[in-house]
Design a protein around this ligand. Structure first.
Ligand code: 5GP
Length: 115
């Protein structure tokens, strides 16, 4: 966890980059991915800056659970009955923004295993 969150999601949280929020509460916000990989592609991010899941600790257990429940709620609000939640952790796993986020992806058939 760091105070100086210069990631793009930090800028979105501070409204330095304008993004339509589709959900927000005291712990997190959610918005559509800029480059959607499916008809529904939402990002759920905590207000707290945690660089990645690798940096999370026991103190954030409730927050992490909350993020997952918000992800499920938003997926269902979008009309999905099946979807994928993804947390890329580390550059080699595809993480490009180092502010923890959950992808909610759905609205088309999704292959498994992912690439
Ligand atoms: P990652 O690759 O780190 O798991 O996911 C980062 C995601 O953030 C990518 O899917 C990328 O398209 C999205 N993204 C990056 N910059 C922006 C932005 O400025 N606005 C929005 N809405 N999404 C962004």
């Amino acid at each position: 966890m760091t105070e100086n969150n210069q990631t793009v999601f930090g800028k979105i949280l501070r409204d330095e980059i304008k993004t339509d929020r589709i959900y927000e509460d005291e712990h997190c916000i959610a918005f559509k991915d800029l480059q959607p990989q499916a008809p529904v592609h939402i990002l759920v991010i905590p207000r707290l800056h945690i660089a990645s899941l690798s940096e999370a600790d026991e103190n954030q257990a409730l927050l992490l659970g909350h993020l997952l429940l918000v992800a499920a709620k938003l997926a269902k609000m979008q009309g999905l009955i099946a979807w994928r939640t993804v947390i890329n952790t580390g550059a080699e796993a595809g993480q490009t923004v180092f502010h923890l986020h959950i992808h909610v992806i759905g609205g088309r058939p999704l292959l498994w295993p992912p690439g």
